[in-house]
Structure formats: structure tokens, C-alpha cells
Design a protein around this ligand. Structure first.
Ligand code: T4K
Length: 373
């Protein structure tokens, strides 16, 4: 058993002295929030890093999702995936929008574009897909459906920071893309998030909405919320950005060790590798088929826990199985069979830049040993 608990993730901490330099400047200029210099600098550096024109920073990804739906005035019904973190669907609920769940495809666990059209009704106004585990959705097919039916596409891109599709940032697709900079993410600002949009007018509207709706000192253009990122968060983001490429590389090394070590294990599969994607490895999900592996996912989860290794079952239960959403007709059994199977089989193994490679090897050995026991 490991003497120190190994968790599914751990944020990267840059050297404290380096962060102190940023803090000193905040102490000097006395600006803590409301669009200060670090906030502006981080927006500009993120645009460069992600290769996009407009980004608006938020205090977290959930408020960014809620505000994105407000910014595009989305109403009625929205087509989405049940295989995600609850915040995706909660953002619809907070806007009084009815979620309509569509099943996922088995390769990347993203919404199945071939099943979207059947879920469209006269009330449908948008599609809210998620690039799960940083793997891009089928953006071309989704856009084609959206164009045909006059729908907006808002991507929950909370897992995709730094990932690219055909060398293009994944957040450049759709009408809007939402990022999370939570402590558990590839790039973090403690808590934080952002909306990526593609024109100045939309960026302005988003910025009003995240600041109570203020367009200037005396004009309130909409019932906005307070979802601003503060200067300490923005400073941490600027520092993290200097390290992020190296951090993604380390994640990649860990992911390849897991893949190599578990490839031959009967009953364990992975999501497919997309050859045109530069992955960012936010999670390392494996899928355990009880009939072939000999033990079920929960037994592996419990066994590793006994060894002080804390894996997570992202995303179990499915969002459609939570009480708020269970009664929806799109949640009914039989409608979401691929997602149901994935939710029962998935186990996310520890992956973070400071995770020792010997620990990764040990986790692999433990899983192999447990199968044989
Ligand atoms: N859309 C999607 C697709 C998302 O995945 C998320 C968030 C959102 C939207 C919403 O974005 P935010 O509003 O959160 O910005 C975590 C995160 O809280 C959540 O951000 C994330 N997705 C979700 C997938 O995972 P928990 O409840 O599993 O996290 P927690 O606290 O159990 O942390 C996991 C492990 O990480 C801990 O065992 C230890 C380690 N850890 C965690 C924190 C917070 C640390 O070592 N240090 C830390 O500071 O939800």
C-alpha cells in the first residue's frame, strides 16, 4: 500500500517565489478585481496561446456556461449529452431550458451526431455538446446539422485546454466554447473559466453579462450576473501559462505508459486515438468489461482505494440518472445505451504532471495482479 494517497489528479504548483512577484504588483497597484491589468494580460495571452480572437474570463466554468446560454438568448430545448459533469446540464436548468439527452458514440464518448436530428423539435434552439476527456466531437457533422436547422452550437470545452484538431485549437469551433480553469484541470487559475467567441459584439455582450449587465457606469443592458475572474486568479493563470506545454507533455508520457502497460490486459479498453488530434490528456479513462476482465469496475475501484490509490468514475452516474433529470423522456432506459455502458465501465486513473512514473508502473502492476487474484 502507498504511504501517501495518490489522487486522480493534483494541480501543478509553480515555484512560490515566482508567484510572489505577481502578488507584489497587485499589492502595489491595489486592483483586486473588475478587469484589472492581469485580467487584461491573461485574456490577451490566452488568445495568442489558443489561436483565437476573443476570450472572456470567468470566475468558473459553470458560470461561463450559464452566461454563454444567456448571451445567445437560448430558450426552449437544447440537445446535449448525458455523459459529462453535471454542470453541463445544470447550466440549462439555471436558464429554464429543457435538456434533451442524445446518446454518445463509442469511440470517443462524445454526443453521437447521427442521433441528433431525431431529437430536434420546433422548440430546439441549440446543441450543447461536450468534448469529453479533451477528444473533439465530430464538429463538422454537428455544424452541418446546426446550419440546416438554424441552431446555435455551444461547446462545453472544459476538458480541452491546449488540445488541437488538425493543428487548430478545439475551442475555435461552434458559436461559443466554454473552458474551465478549475484546480483539477490541465490549466488552472484555482477556480476559473472562459468563453471563447468569434466577434467583438458578442464579446462585449458577454463582458456586460458577467458584470451585472453594466455597459458603463450608469447603463445596465441586461440582468447580468457577477462572474468575474479576479486579479490573483489571473496572475496565477499567467504563471501557469509559462509551464503548460511542459505539463501537457508530462501528461502525455504518463498516458503512453498506461496504454502500453494495459494494452494486453483482456477486458480493458481505452477511448480511440484520433490521429489528427494533439491531445492534452486531462484524464486517463479505462473501460473495464466485467465478463472479460473477470471483475467489475467497482471492484477495481475499491481494490485500488485499499492501496491508497483514489481513481474516479467520471462520468458515473450519467447526468440523466440524477433526480432532477430522471423524469425527462430522453432519459428513459433504452435511449442512452452507449452512455449507460460507458458509465458502468469507466475508471479514470491518476494522471498529473508530478505523478511519478514508478507510481504509474505500480498502478498498472496492481491492476494486472488484481485480475489474476
Ligand atoms: N463541464 C465539464 C465537462 C466539466 O468537467 C466541468 C468541471 C464543468 C463543466 C464545470 O467547470 P467548473 O465550474 O468546475 O470550472 C471536479 C471539479 O470540481 C470539476 O471542475 C470538474 N469538471 C470535475 C470533472 O471534477 P470533483 O468533485 O470530482 O473534484 P474533487 O474535489 O473530488 O477533486 C478530485 C481530486 O483532485 C481530489 O481527490 C484531490 C485532487 N485535488 C482537487 C482539488 C480541488 C487537489 O489535489 N487539489 C485541489 O485543489 O469535481
Amino acid at each position: 500500500m502507498n504511504s501517501k494517497p495518490i489522487t486522480v489528479t493534483q494541480p501543478f504548483f509553480p515555484p512560490l517565489e515566482e508567484f510572489n512577484e505577481y502578488l507584489k504588483k497587485i499589492w502595489e497597484n491595489k486592483q483586486l478585481t473588475n478587469g484589472g491589468p492581469y485580467h487584461k494580460q491573461l485574456e490577451s495571452e490566452l488568445c495568442n496561446y489558443l489561436g483565437v480572437k476573443y476570450i472572456s474570463l470567468f470566475s468558473n466554468g459553470t458560470l461561463a456556461l450559464i452566461t454563454a446560454l444567456q448571451a445567445l438568448k437560448i430558450t426552449g430545448e437544447v440537445i446535449t449529452t448525458p455523459y459529462s459533469f453535471v454542470a453541463t446540464t445544470h447550466s440549462l436548468w439555471w436558464n429554464g431550458i429543457k435538456p434533451v439527452f442524445v446518446d454518445i458514440e463509442p469511440d470517443y464518448l462524445n454526443i453521437d451526431p447521427d442521433k441528433i436530428e431525431a431529437a430536434i423539435t420546433p422548440q430546439t434552439t441549440a446543441i450543447l455538446p461536450v468534448h469529453v476527456y479533451g477528444n473533439p466531437c465530430n464538429v463538422d457533422k454537428i455544424q452541418k446539422i446546426a446550419d440546416t436547422y438554424g441552431l446555435k452550437v455551444i461547446y462545453d470545452a472544459c476538458h480541452t485546454f491546449g488540445a488541437k484538431l488538425n493543428r487548430q485549437s478545439i475551442v475555435s469551433f461552434g458559436d461559443l466554447s466554454i473552458l474551465s480553469f478549475h484546480a483539477t484541470k490541465v490549466f488552472n487559475t484555482f477556480e476559473g473559466g472562459a468563453i471563447v467567441c468569434h466577434d467583438e459584439k458578442t464579446k462585449k455582450r458577454i463582458d456586460y453579462l458577467k458584470n451585472f449587465g453594466f455597459a458603463d457606469e450608469t447603463t445596465v443592458v441586461a440582468p447580468g450576473i457577477n462572474a468575474k475572474m479576479n486579479e490573483v486568479q489571473a496572475a496565477f493563470g499567467l504563471l501557469q501559462l509559462k509551464y503548460v506545454d511542459g505539463l501537457i507533455q508530462k501528461r502525455g508520457e504518463i498516458a503512453s505508459i498506461y496504454r502500453k502497460g494495459l494494452l494486453q490486459v483482456h477486458g480493458i479498453t481505452f477511448s480511440k486515438i484520433n490521429p489528427v488530434v494533439n491531445a492534452n490528456h486531462p484524464y486517463f479513462p479505462i473501460f473495464i468489461n466485467e465478463e472479460i476482465f473477470g471483475k467489475n469496475r467497482d471492484q477495481v475501484y475499491e481494490f485500488l482505494k485499499e492501496q491508497n490509490i483514489f481513481t474516479r468514475r467520471y462520468f458515473y452516474p450519467l447526468i440523466s440518472q440524477f433526480p432532477t433529470y430522471k423524469g425527462l423522456s430522453s432519459s428513459s432506459p433504452g435511449n442512452l445505451t452507449v452512455a449507460e455502458k460507458a458509465a458502468l465501465q469507466v475508471l479514470c486513473l491518476p494522471i498529473y504532471p508530478d505523478l511519478g512514473l514508478e507510481v504509474v508502473e505500480e498502478i498498472i502492476s496492481l491492476i494486472i495482479r488484481f485480475q489474476k487474484d
